[in-house]
Design a binder for this molecule. Sequence first.
Ligand SMILES: Cc1cc2nc3c(=O)[nH]c(=O)nc-3n(C[C@H](O)[C@H](O)[C@H](O)COP(=O)(O)OP(=O)(O)OC[C@H]3O[C@@H](n4cnc5c(N)ncnc54)[C@H](O)[C@@H]3O)c2cc1C
Length: 402
Amino acid sequence: MKVDCAIIGGGIVGLSVGMALLRKQPGLNVVVLEKEAQLAFHQSGRNSGVIHSGIYYKPGSLKARYARAGNRSMIRFCMEHGIQHEVCGKVIVATKAEELPLLEDLYRRGVENGIEVIRLSPEAVSEIEPHVRCLQGVRVPSTGIVNYREVCATYARVIRSDGGEVKTNAGVMEIGGSGRGHVLETAVGEIETKFLVNCGGLQSDRIARRAGQDPGARVVPFRGEYYEVVPHRRHLVKGLIYPVPNPVFPFLGVHFTRMIDGSIHAGPNAVLALRREGYRKTDIGLGAVLESLSYPGLWRLARKHYKEGVREIHRSLSKKAFLKSLQQLIPEMRAEDLVPAAAGVRAQALLPNGRLVDDFLTLRGPDSIHVCNAPSPAATASLEIGRAVAEQIPEMRMAVTR
Ligand SMILES: Cc1cc2nc3c(=O)[nH]c(=O)nc-3n(C[C@H](O)[C@H](O)[C@H](O)COP(=O)(O)OP(=O)(O)OC[C@H]3O[C@@H](n4cnc5c(N)ncnc54)[C@H](O)[C@@H]3O)c2cc1C
């Protein structure tokens, strides 16, 4: 099979790239290759389902710009395609005196990022979330909720209706150069492509290396575990309730999320997973463990932040510790109100110096682009990321010979 562009990864980013590319260069021969039997099987189908506003991110960063624009474009896309969603807003609350300056910093950051943010007294928080106890809060009205699996299914439908292909059970095993373009050994046979886009999520650094590119960072898998609130206690949570984030690790800090199906999730935490796609505590891959242990970046990260790491492991192993974090937000929450729910695993790029890659990161190779870091809010920002990647793909229609 010969194509103009092969995209590795049927998650939300790969599908968005495919859709944007076909809109920019109609008639192109595009194929999205997904190794699993279904789309959105990894991060894109195992997340909190939040359409983020962009309040958290460093002003001027890609995350800040794409999240803010992505919030609007995602909501517009859902409206255009009849995808169930809700712009319910969220509250971020300080429950300890030492969090008050951090909450104020967050408020200012939101303003700087051009997002509507509203300071809330504890009484005003109570009007929105009657069961939350706090010292102060911030409301972000533009935050929403959606099922990203449904968004992915719709992206795939658009690709197909625009003439592209989306193949599942089509893992890419080997990547060779053909002088111009690449030759892919896949589970559905050999594919010759003029251009390659790598949106492999948890596998993206390995794929980049297979294609002869050095991403300069290693993907480290952080499992995010959730509990679900039992149905008869769902009334304790009206919408989205977040603690003030740790400025160093904004993804630490469990929160309450009302999902679009009405269920309430509590989490996720962030524990180092011992397998790239390790959704259970018992999932251990010897290769992945050796790969992690041999990476100096992980040792440096562990040395600098072992306290946070130990705390997260404790919260993963002890329901009591998990509950304690949740009770900081809603003191009425009890252990019997929570049942374990499916986990997700985040792909986070880590530099050899032990620093996490903060922003979205893409790498350009000859005839290829590699999306090497697309953690949260990449689902929210997927339409923006897709467009930005498609912009970098050269005009090909005239050059293709088939
Ligand atoms: C617990 C958790 C909560 C989150 N909450 C939110 C949220 O509320 N809002 C938000 O905006 N973001 C959230 N995120 C982040 C968001 O889900 C991700 O940033 C986004 O889904 C990344 O999409 P992706 O397409 O890059 O990766 P993925 O969805 O992981 O897709 C990559 C795909 O590549 C495929 N693949 C890998 N190797 C190969 C190969 N060799 N051949 C073929 N296919 C291959 C994989 O099977 C996979 O399907 C969350 C993430 C997690 C884990």
